[in-house]
Design a protein around this ligand. Structure first.
Ligand SMILES: [Zn+2]
Length: 276
């Protein structure tokens, strides 16, 4: 199995070293313990203070202060088709990093399609773009690792033909059946009969299905095109309200970290203080 190596880069230069370290520790745990076994992936995730420190061959997730161009956020590929992503530094940036990380690890090049039955009546077999976080991307479906809120992601069973109660469709169990979309999420696919791209979105009060216009037969990856074309005006607000709901739980977790830290300080004091 090839090792996939991700670099979390603080381009904003305004994150505390401790915040970056805590985020990368949580992301590494998610990659190794949660995502890896389910999708058959082996990956490392490390933090770097500057893009110039990133070793050759690592795929960077770049945290930046402000993204003026709204189409710039998310996944991209460079001229050699190598993946990278931009994440805006705002409340919940760790959740966005987790989203980009999971999708990059499962489909580094943003073009992986899986055939399954269409969720739109009248369509037969279609090809779904593999974006493991999109249908369950809302913060309310996320889960906490070491007190850091990370994104839920779907499993390969998400494309099963039938639902079974004993099957895990997403890591947190938020998705209860194949090709389900939770509020705040979406799913994109290509229909070989209409020769068109389609998208199911659940951004308002109910899910709706429509043609995804603007997909081009060019060099840019399917994911970067879908990212650019998916319009979700209320997204940040919806994500944040759910995020705030999780805040108390995370605060308690950080209190545990702090308490454990003073334990280690005592241990160090015992060993490192000069004996009289
Ligand atoms: Zn996505």
């Amino acid at each position: 199995m090839l090792l996939q190596q991700l670099a979390l880069v603080d381009h904003s230069k305004s994150l505390h070293a401790a915040d970056l370290a805590q985020a990368v520790a949580a992301l590494q745990k998610q990659a190794t313990r949660d995502l890896g076994p389910i999708w058959g992936i082996k990956a490392t995730v490390d933090a770097f203070p500057d893009i110039k420190n990133v070793p050759v061959g690592y795929w960077p997730i770049i945290i930046t202060e402000k993204i003026d161009d709204p189409t710039a956020a998310g996944y991209h590929a460079d001229k050699h088709h190598q993946p990278y992503a931009f994440v805006q530094l705002e409340k919940g940036w760790q959740l966005t990093c987790s989203h980009e990380m999971c999708e990059m690890l499962v489909d580094p090049f943003g073009n992986r399609l899986i055939a399954s039955n269409s969720i739109k009546s009248g369509q037969g077999r279609v090809k779904y773009l593999v974006e493991v976080c999109d249908p369950c991307e809302n913060a309310s479906h996320g889960y906490s690792v070491n007190g850091v809120l990370l994104s839920d992601f779907y499993t390969p069973h998400y494309f099963d033909p039938v639902a079974s109660p004993a099957t895990r469709y997403s890591f947190t169990g938020a998705l209860k059946k194949p090709r389900e979309i939770k509020k705040g999420g979406y799913l994109s696919w290509y229909d070989p009969q209409t020769k068109k791209w389609w998208q199911a979105t659940y951004f308002g009060s109910a899910p709706s299905i429509g043609e995804l216009k603007g997909m081009k037969d060019n060099d840019s990856s399917l994911r970067s095109q879908v990212d650019r074309l998916t319009k979700y005006p209320g997204k940040a607000k919806a994500m944040m309200s759910a995020f705030n709901g999780n805040a108390k739980n995370r605060k308690t977790n950080f209190e545990s970290n702090k308490a454990e830290g003073s334990h280690w300080e005592d241990v160090m004091k015992k060993h490192l203080t000069k004996k009289k």
